[in-house]
Design a binder for this molecule. Structure first.
Ligand code: PLP
Length: 383
């Protein structure tokens, strides 16, 4: 189905950057620079500078960034790793694949880990915590870092949705032992396919990720130090990501402008909860603009009928996917979030006019709902 307001618009994204992207690709191909070349090391340097850390190591996905970071933290069988139940499956799968047990805790009203729940879940087996900065908003990192430090727990940030977001002036991916990014095509910095990176100030973490991504081999000496993985960030991808990184600040400002338009247009609706947290400690990058209502499914259908594409992250908690065998951690806020949230169109290409249309259609939905409720109560009172 062709939407008049798509959730994201990859064709328009490419059209605007065509000259720069085509040049980056053809230049890389013409030089025969396919694996572990300058384009990759340049991008890694620029990403590290952007995040404000010493090292960035390109890998083939956000998943592998998480997995390698957990291995670097020494996580393995017999350990527990605390994270949220409201995240993408990859966060939890990375823990499971180390042999450790994921311990899922509840989120707060901003959809991010509740530091008090994190503290309560700590046991003698807890080795690490993965705060997930969902939707482009950071977790309360000062509180999380101080709890983790007190208990000797490693912090691995899942910053897959939060490149360029910050808390008290510090960038996502620069707080913990490692930060993990995804360049999946629809992320704020999206590649041509899968991609990711580990960011860190710790040379040992950077070295381990560098070896593990290339089957454990030290490229300088030819020595294989570990049984590793085939998990490189490809050179052509890195060249394109490097081009896009130069645009990222501008794109984030555009996303923030869209968020303000949504805030202003929708705050009159008491039935909706908006991500309008108005706290100067946070600089949100709005990977998603998430609204929350008990009438989520009806609103989503109404938007679809009006040609507006939306997404639901995620329709049911991870532990309700029986194949993941996560038991039932019983997290009430996560359960209601899964029933009630909907993400509306938000990207660097989304236009002001498209936002205005979306706002109008959402307001129509609640206005007609109010009329329905009014006429129902009139019928009841006259019966
Ligand atoms: C919160 C979160 N964590 C982890 C990932 C995994 O990233 P990737 O798809 O690059 O493996 C994603 C990507 O969708 C994500 O949104």
């Amino acid at each position: 189905m062709a939407y008049r307001v798509p959730f994201v618009d990859p064709c328009e994204h490419y059209r605007r950057l065509k000259t720069e992207i085509d040049l980056a690709i053809t230049d890389t191909l013409a030089k025969g620079d396919l694996v572990l070349r300058k384009q990759l090391s340049d991008f890694e340097q620029h990403l590290a500078d952007f995040v404000g850390v010493k090292y960035a190591v390109g890998v083939n996905s956000g998943y592998h960034a998480l997995y390698f970071s957990l291995l670097a933290a020494g996580v393995g069988a017999g350990d527990e790793v605390i994270t949220v139940g409201h995240t993408f499956a990859a966060t939890v799968s990375a823990i499971v694949h180390t042999g450790a047990a994921p311990v899922l805790v509840d989120v707060r009203k901003d959809y991010n880990i509740d530091p008090e729940e994190f503290q309560r879940a700590i046991t003698s087996r807890t080795k690490a915590v993965i705060p997930v900065h969902l939707n482009g908003r950071l977790c309360e990192m000062d509180r999380i870092m101080s709890i983790a430090e007190k208990h000797g727990i490693h912090v691995i940030e899942d910053a897959a949705q939060a490149l360029a977001a910050s808390f008290k002036g510090q960038q996502a991916g620069s707080f913990g032992l490692a930060g993990c990014f995804s360049f999946y095509p629809f992320k704020s910095l999206g590649g041509l396919g899968d991609g990711g990176a580990v960011t860190t100030n710790d040379p040992k973490v950077a070295r381990l990720a560098t070896l593990l991504r290339f089957n454990g081999e030290d490229r300088q000496t030819g020595e294989f130090h570990y049984h590793g993985y085939t998990a490189l960030l490809d050179n052509v991808q890195a060249a394109v990501l490097d081009v896009k990184l130069r645009h990222l600040r501008g794109w984030i400002e555009h996303r923030r402008q869209i968020a303000r338009l949504y805030d202003n247009g929708l705050r009159v609706l008491p039935q909706l909860t908006l991500p309008n947290y108005a706290n100067p400690d946070y600089y949100d990058s709005y990977q998603n603009y998430v609204i929350r209502t008990e009438r989520r499914d009806a609103l989503r259908q109404h938007l679809k009928d009006a040609g507006i594409e939306t997404l639901v992250h995620w329709g049911k908690p991870m532990w309700e996917h029986a194949g993941l065998r996560l038991g039932n951690p019983n997290l009430p806020e996560t359960e209601s979030v899964c029933r009630e949230v909907i993400s509306v169109p938000m990207s660097a290409e989304t236009t002001i006019q498209q936002v205005e249309i979306t706002v109008e259609v959402i307001r129509d939905f609640f206005a007609s709902h109010q009329l329905d409720a009014l006429s129902e109560s009139l019928v009841r009172s006259t019966a």
